[in-house]
Write a protein of this length. Structure first.
Length: 474
């Protein structure tokens, strides 16, 4: 089987991620109705443990491979062999750790969780590594197939195991592992079978390590910042509250972040390539386009989700999970807008300049803030307290990231684009609150909101983005 580097097809990222997001939303809608809050919460806790293992062992390597593809593009065979050898050594480390756990005086239940989390981390990290390589090489067709296939397998296998074998939340755990495993095996074959011969290169491994190792601390703090709310909720209120909180959290994450992820898959390879070639003008142009799209696309999406949050949750989440949605969804919407802008814009500055220690320090501060506020607010406000704690930490991290990244590379928020976007949003909200329109059903109001916003944005606020669309989104 041969895979050629065809001209990039950015629409594949849109189609595949929309498909994947739809499947993920479907899985939330289905499994929050099939499982109790306690059982769904246990599955979410498992996924958080997998994320912890990935953050401790694998993510530094994946992002190093992503960062240095263009630097070692002419030596691709050795680059890819070195990358996979390093990944294999991390798998061996997990096996050794699980062997040690076998002899520890802890309960069989905890041992089982550790083993399952280790297996889940291995297959998920392999999938993530392959997707990064496929993206940076712009093998878009295979990337898109994988994006849709993985959640499709998860939904199908999960339903089969729950309906026909009555394996409650363990059915989701098995489906999680199998879905990543199938796609990872297929991707490994494609990438390795179509790579020129190469050898393990110590200089490439050293470059990966010098760039990636500082990111281990970053990912630990990122994990604390992202998942400590669930762990504290489990401690103070039980897994049932984790299920309710996590269902709302994951729903908004899917709606708001999936378009940002598409944006990153399309633009970051071009930013990285231009930077390695020393083309600073192109780098700054793409970064400017990127931030303007965050303002004109993702900020309005955030407002839309906040305004129609009850309609959205009624569709995608089972009734037993929506009790606190009206309070949680607005907080989560703002939180993910800030977090996505940080990750998929301002963090690029640290990655390009190889200053990964700076975001580690920033996230360390954010983690401390999050822990302190969780401990203080959860006993007082419950789930809403956890949401407030995380959003405050995200806000602090966002502001500091803007300040520090601006010292590494010039950054400028286009005030004209921002002001116009705010004015257009005010007009849209005003129109849908006209008495005649308020009486319409929610779908009609959403359609009116989107139609007015799109029309006014294209006419008055698109001039600085339009010239770059064909160039960067082919």
């Amino acid at each position: 089987m041969s895979v050629k580097l065809n001209p990039r097809k950015s629409y594949i990222y849109l189609v595949s991620k929309v498909g994947a997001a739809s499947l993920n939303l479907l899985s939330i809608a289905l499994f929050t109705r099939l499982l109790t809050a306690d059982l769904y919460g246990n599955y979410l806790l498992f996924s958080s443990y997998v994320t912890l293992v990935c953050s401790l062992l694998f993510w530094w390597h994946r992002l190093s491979a992503y960062r240095y593809y263009h630097k070692f593009e002419d030596e691709y065979g050795s680059y890819i062999r070195t990358s996979y050898y390093l990944y294999g050594s991390l798998i061996i480390l997990i096996i050794i750790l699980c062997f040690i756990v076998f002899f520890l005086p802890i309960s069989l239940t905890i041992k089982s969780i550790i083993y399952m989390s280790g297996v889940g981390a291995i297959v998920k990290s392999n999938f993530d590594l392959n997707q990064n390589i496929l993206n940076i090489r712009r093998i878009d067709n295979v990337f898109g197939i994988n994006v849709i296939t993985r959640p499709l397998i998860f939904v199908i296998v999960g339903l089969i195991l729950i309906f026909f074998f009555s394996i409650n939340y363990f059915g989701l755990i098995y489906a999680f592992i199998l879905s990543f495993l199938v796609v990872a095996i297929y991707s490994n074959y494609i990438i390795l079978n179509n790579s020129p011969k190469g050898i393990f290169r110590l200089d490439i491994a050293s470059k990966f390590a010098s760039y990636g190792f500082p990111m281990i601390g970053l990912f630990i703090f990122d994990y604390i910042l992202t998942f400590s709310d669930r762990l504290f909720l489990d401690h103070y209120m039980g897994s049932g509250m984790v299920g309710v909180y996590g269902a709302n959290y994951d729903l908004i994450k899917q709606i708001l972040l999936f378009l940002m992820i598409i944006q990153s898959y399309i633009l970051y390879p071009q930013i990285n390539s231009a930077y390695e070639k020393g083309d600073q003008t192109t780098v700054y142009k793409i970064l400017s386009v990127n931030l303007n799209i965050f303002i004109t696309v993702f900020m309005p999406l955030c407002i839309l989700v906040i305004y129609f949050n009850q309609f959205i949750t009624a569709i995608f989440i089972g009734e037993k999970f929506t009790e606190s949605s009206a309070q949680l969804i607005p907080i989560f919407s703002v939180m993910f807008l800030l977090w996505g802008t940080k990750i998929y814009h301002f963090d690029y500055f640290f990655q390009l300049k190889e200053k990964t220690k700076y975001p580690m320090y920033i996230l360390c501060l954010g983690s401390i803030i999050n822990i302190c506020f969780n401990i203080y607010l959860i006993p007082k406000l419950g789930m809403v307290g956890a949401a407030y704690a995380t959003s405050v930490a995200y806000l602090v991290v966002f502001i500091i990231s803007i300040i520090v990244s601006g010292r590494l590379m010039p950054t400028k928020i286009d005030a004209v684009v921002l002001i116009k976007t705010c004015i257009i949003l005010i007009i849209c909200i005003t129109v849908i609150n006209i008495p005649l329109i308020v009486s319409l059903n929610t779908i009609a109001k959403i359609t009116i909101f989107l139609s007015i916003y799109s029309t006014l944005t294209i006419k008055f606020n698109f001039q600085k983005i339009k010239p770059y669309l064909k160039k960067y989104y082919r």
